[in-house]
Design a binder for this molecule. Structure first.
Ligand code: FES
Length: 152
């Protein structure tokens, strides 16, 4: 059973004018992001997640940082490396890749048709999103922090 993480958030996204829904209507405004292969699922109401200053606001990297999912980001989320490379398994509400992201992805290992940079792929609407962190990245970590040689 996937671990589901709920984190209380405040609508602190600059410029956010989202009106918070209430009752059952709020379910229509929910975002669920599943991080594979761990299977960790994080859920939050669209427009309420605070910006964690990693990658673009509401990017997959921003979600990962908010919820303690390790996704490497050597350049700090400015599209200048490929360490945040992910494969998108589900999520038609992600932003389209811009030219600089596409150019950068050409340098990524294990590039696939569904490859994105986690810092640039922005969630634009409520819904379900499933992303996989490639093995060369995920094997580097355990429980959200880099492994030391003694851990391997
Ligand atoms: Fe460097 Fe995304 S963190 S490109």
């Amino acid at each position: 059973m996937p671990e589901i993480s709920h984190k209380p958030v405040n609508p602190t996204v600059p410029g956010d004018t989202t009106i918070q829904a209430s009752g059952d209507d709020s379910l229509d405004n929910m975002v669920a992001v599943t991080f594979l292969p761990e299977g960790k699922v994080v859920q939050f109401e669209f427009g309420t997640m605070p910006y964690d200053h990693h990658g673009k606001p509401m990017s997959i990297l921003d979600v990962a940082e908010n919820y303690g999912v390790f996704l490497d980001h050597a350049c700090g989320g400015v599209c200048a490396c490929t360490t945040c490379h992910i494969w998108v398994k589900e999520g038609d509400g992600l932003s389209e890749a811009e030219d600089d992201e596409i150019d950068r992805l050409d340098m990524a290992a294990d590039q696939q048709l569904n490859s994105r940079l986690g810092c640039q792929a922005v969630i634009t609407k409520p819904g379900n999103y499933v992303v996989e962190i490639p093995s060369w990245n995920r094997n580097y970590t355990s429980e959200g922090k880099p492994l030391t040689l003694a851990d391997k």
